[in-house]
Design a protein around this ligand. Structure first.
Ligand SMILES: Nc1nc2c(ncn2[C@@H]2O[C@H](COP(=O)(O)OP(=O)(O)OP(=O)(O)O)[C@@H](O)[C@H]2O)c(=O)[nH]1
Ligand SMILES: [Mg+2]
Length: 381
């Protein structure tokens, strides 16, 4: 660790969150969405100073918020001495330009940009880094003319990492050639990975998939001692890790079944399409798996919507018609808040609802892990 006096990290940025209370959404849902945006801000290393919402049918085409609300936002930013304003929906380049006119030295970003930033921060392998860089360049291309030219480049922090950094790169031609170079690099990496995957085809393959922060990496570590970073941040995992796991059949001691288990990048609502596109090859582990463990955080108020989104995303990347074991995780948290519910009843209701095998566990408390092992074994044997 560096001594304190060498520590030169930029100060923790303060953000104001902006969301629309759409007429078709319940109030609690809008709150959940903004809570998620706050979790993204936290994962990016910044803090939330304030939240502003407006009831609208659709965003104002010029400034996202209406005139009066915009004044309120300006006051709020000044009061909290905020550094960033984050909008929960994607902003059009012209909206960014119009909003920026209201501020000095304030970064205006949208949800996509924030997610890209977290990905840039957390990417470790060459593949993940290249994929993020590709998505960033593609995101930047249509927005080149007005990306914070009013900000001093030394500022650092969210959104200042990556291709936005230097003057020369704000040239469309450079961005275009970056994009084609990155695509070529990815092709090379993907070819190597494919060879690697093909060399493992003799074994059954199981992939952990699910919404971000549901506990995929915790389960991976529990089943395989993989030593993967698991933390209460969104998108802690960006690279798929594969481990060989050997389970012994409880009813037949001495009989072992080996398989390959992989951890994958989490999903989130409104994941920038560019990221899905560029992460397709990372998600190949899920597409080519024999069994998917769809992990759900049952303690989360939005868990059913999260499940639906995961199914939709799996469909989009071509991982449909797969054997799926639904793993409801964090039952410890769930039963803390719903002490009257009975696990067996719950299990039955979901079994009839989903028509696919389900298992309820707590990866943290190590509850029901034997049941999870048994079900995996049943499904791959
Ligand atoms: N209460 C409770 N917390 C859990 C449980 N399993 C995991 N967690 C916590 O949930 C947080 C997220 O866990 P991860 O394993 O990193 O989740 P992930 O799905 O890999 O998340 P990403 O890689 O960021 O998409 C961590 O703080 C874990 O300690 C559980 O059974 N109960
Ligand atoms: Mg993870």
């Amino acid at each position: 660790m560096k001594p304190d006096f060498f520590y030169t990290a930029v100060k923790k940025e303060k953000a104001i969150l902006v969301g629309i209370q759409y007429k078709h959404l319940r109030k609690e849902q809008t709150k959940e969405y903004l809570d998620e945006l706050a979790a993204l801000i936290f994962s990016a290393g910044a803090s939330v100073a304030g939240i502003i919402t407006q009831s609208l049918d659709y965003p104002n085409p010029r400034t996202f918020l209406g005139e009066g609300k915009m004044d309120e936002l300006v006051t709020m930013v000044a009061y909290h001495e905020a550094d960033i304003v984050v909008f929960d929906d994607e902003l059009a380049p012209s909206q960014i330009r119009n909003i920026e006119k209201h501020f000095k030295e304030i970064k205006i970003i949208d949800r996509s940009m924030l997610i890209l930033d977290i990905f840039a921060k957390n990417a470790k392998t060459a593949q993940a880094k290249t994929q993020v860089e590709l998505a960033q360049n593609q995101y930047l291309l249509p927005r080149l003319t007005n990306m914070w030219t009013h900000l001093s480049k030394q500022k650092g922090g969210i959104g200042m990492k990556g291709p936005g950094e230097t003057e020369i790169e704000t040239d469309r031609r450079v961005i275009r050639s970056n994009i084609s170079k990155l695509k070529e690099q990815l092709e090379v990496i993907e070819k190597q990975n494919k060879v690697q995957r093909q060399s493992r085809t003799d074994k059954k393959r199981v992939a952990l998939v699910g919404y971000t922060n549901v506990g995929k990496s915790t389960i991976m570590n529990l089943l395989s001692n993989a030593g993967i970073l698991a933390e209460n941040k969104l998108f802690a995992t960006l690279d798929s890790t594969v481990r060989k796991v050997v389970f012994e059949h409880t009813e037949e001691p001495g009989r072992f079944t080996p398989f390959l288990l992989s951890d994958t990048v989490g999903f989130i609502r409104k994941l920038p399409t560019l990221l899905i596109e560029s992460f397709k090859s990372t998600l190949a582990e899920a597409v080519e798996a024999d069994l998917l463990l769809h992990v759900v955080d049952i303690s989360h108020p939005e868990f059913e919507n999260q499940m639906a989104l995961v199914k939709q995303t799996l469909f989009e990347i071509g991982a449909k018609d797969k054997a799926v074991l639904l793993v409801f995780n964090k039952v410890d948290d769930y039963f803390k808040n719903n002490p009257d519910n009975v696990l067996a009843e719950f299990e039955n209701s979901w079994l009839s609802k989903e028509h696919s095998p389900v298992v309820f566990i707590s990866a943290q408390e190590k509850t029901n892990i034997d049941m999870l092992r048994q079900k995996i074994l049943q499904m791959i044997s």
